[in-house]
Design a protein around this ligand. Structure first.
Ligand SMILES: [Cu+2]
Length: 235
């Protein structure tokens, strides 16, 4: 029969709930996963954005729709990650920032591990507004006047969150809150590489803000690098 003293039970009840069902630690015999995210078909031409406000700051460089960028046949700004890994390398929280320089979110897709705080930077010297359309995390809707260089917000739950500015309707971006440290955003090379993955079976997923998701079941072996390529097409 299990007996717990009331004092101990009280301490147990006061402990905070874990933020995510992921346990980080040392990985000694991990394998890797690498591959390429391609786009099949004619490369879409990004439409020019109508910069019709604060032109002296926002219209210094011409802007085009950042929602679907293809470099050659490589898909840019796709997030590759493991959905169902419960134990692996430690989540290292680093400083993460989303820059609004020139009335554009840089990067367009900012991915970071759960529990991170994001600095929203305003070097423009004009008013911006940060509005997140979160369904799981606490939504943000904060004015960022010209003197407010940094706004900071913590994200506690895994979610892909659209970000917009109410002042400049053309500004759009994504915050990708990853559940574990196994994630990467593709650049113009379309390549990804996840390392130190403990041997086991997982679901590898690729997310793109316009093209949606694709998944593959994979099996990672100790000290081996698994190849996994994906191909997206315009819906
Ligand atoms: Cu703005």
């Amino acid at each position: 029969m299990l007996r717990i003293s009331t004092g101990l039970f009280a301490v147990f009840m006061m402990m905070p709930m874990p933020i995510a069902a992921y346990e980080g630690g040392a990985v000694s015999n991990g394998g890797g996963i690498s591959g390429m995210i391609k786009f099949k078909g004619a490369v879409p031409v990004a439409k020019k954005l109508d910069v019709n406000k604060d032109k002296e700051v926002c219209a210094k460089t011409p802007k085009s729709d950042p929602s679907l960028i293809v470099a050659g046949d490589k898909l840019v700004n796709a997030v590759v990650y493991l959905t169902d890994i419960k134990k692996g390398k430690k989540i290292e929280l680093t400083k993460v920032s989303l820059d609004q320089n020139g009335c554009e979110y840089k990067p367009h897709v900012l991915a970071f591990p759960v529990g991170s705080s994001v600095d929203f930077l305003n070097p423009d010297g004009i008013l911006h507004n940060v509005r997140t359309d979160s369904k799981i995390n606490t939504p943000m809707n904060m004015a960022q006047p010209k003197f407010k260089k940094t706004l900071t917000q913590k994200f506690d739950k895994p979610e892909a969150i659209p970000v917009r500015c109410d002042v400049h309707g053309w500004m759009s971006g994504w915050l990708f809150v990853a559940a574990n440290p196994y994630f990467q955003v593709t650049d113009s090379s379309g390549a990804f590489k996840l390392t130190d993955v403990p041997p086991g079976e997982y679901t590898l997923e690729v997310w793109h803000g316009v093209l949606g998701k694709q998944t593959k079941k994979i099996a990672v072996k100790a000290k081996e690098e698994l190849k996994a390529d994906f191909e997206f097409a315009k819906k």
